[in-house]
Design a protein around this ligand. Sequence first.
Ligand code: NAP
Length: 304
Amino acid sequence: MSERYDVIIVGAGPAGLTAAIYASRANLSVLIIESGVNGGKLSKTYEIENYPGIKSISGLELANQLTEHGQKFGAKLIAGEVKKIEDGQTKKVILANGQDYEARAVIIATGTKERALALEHADEFTGRGISYCAVCDGFFYRNKEIVIIGGGNSALEEALYLASLAKKVTIVIRRDVFRADASVIDRVKANEKIEIITKHVPEALVIEDDRIAGLKIRNVETDEQTVVPCKGIFPYIGADPCTDFVDESILDEKGYIKAGPDMSTAIKGIYGAGDCIVKDLRQVVTACNDGAIAANSIIKYLKD
Ligand code: NAP
């Protein structure tokens, strides 16, 4: 017999953990399943300074506090990778290890995964020259030259962190405009250790003695190629939703979950929340908002 819960929450990021707080405070039995690190992407973020009421906090610290808070009212948190959700009178959530759990409602709050750099040998050098986590790996590049690819909030915020460790940080963007928030752009532009190269795309890894020695980039207007010497490359070129296991009927063409204002989907009892749903603004605060709404909708749904 599978263990049964009122609600299963897939993903222990800000959306999932907030949903857990709200649902368990309403006396629902809650199981949270997380395949990676508790706190999600937050735990890999150097600093959060736009979460209201907390002027500045390390991502890891906020992730730890949320993880603790998410379990405070009785929600159970386990490690596991969800492979499938079977629809029926109850929802059966099946893990990669074959274990399954049942619930009356499910919240999918799995967030997004960083897009990988599509260059030859990039996989081979991930973890030894290419990194997607400045907080985890930045220390290895202290006093060295680093290249960051991308101009969104992730790229620029982590550039500021890496500039505090590295000798030099070069940001390469493919247009001449950033996607990041204006305040971060201003700080990046004012940082003497950061150089910005616009209208260039990554072309090839430069490898010497089996190590990253630079990044060859191409000017998108002239096709001219140049090499930026560096020991480390941090690609922050966007992210894709972690929804491989989700029924396609509730996904948009990019794989994001189509959830309504109450976070419900077209499948009764299945809800979406956080970065993995179709939305305009992906922030910790908006993820928490979704989690609270999803839990509240389920509280009403289970009463009916
Ligand atoms: P993003 O905002 O989608 O930015 C991706 C960047 O990578 C853009 O500059 C994009 O260029 C570039 N890019 C994409 N594909 C590329 C390619 N193949 N080659 C070269 N460059 C490429 O991604 P993100 O920074 O990871 O952020 C994801 C979401 O999380 C956003 O909604 C963001 O606001 C949010 N976020 C928020 C915070 C915060 O509020 N503190 C922190 C981190 C992330 P183009 O602009 O030319 O497309």
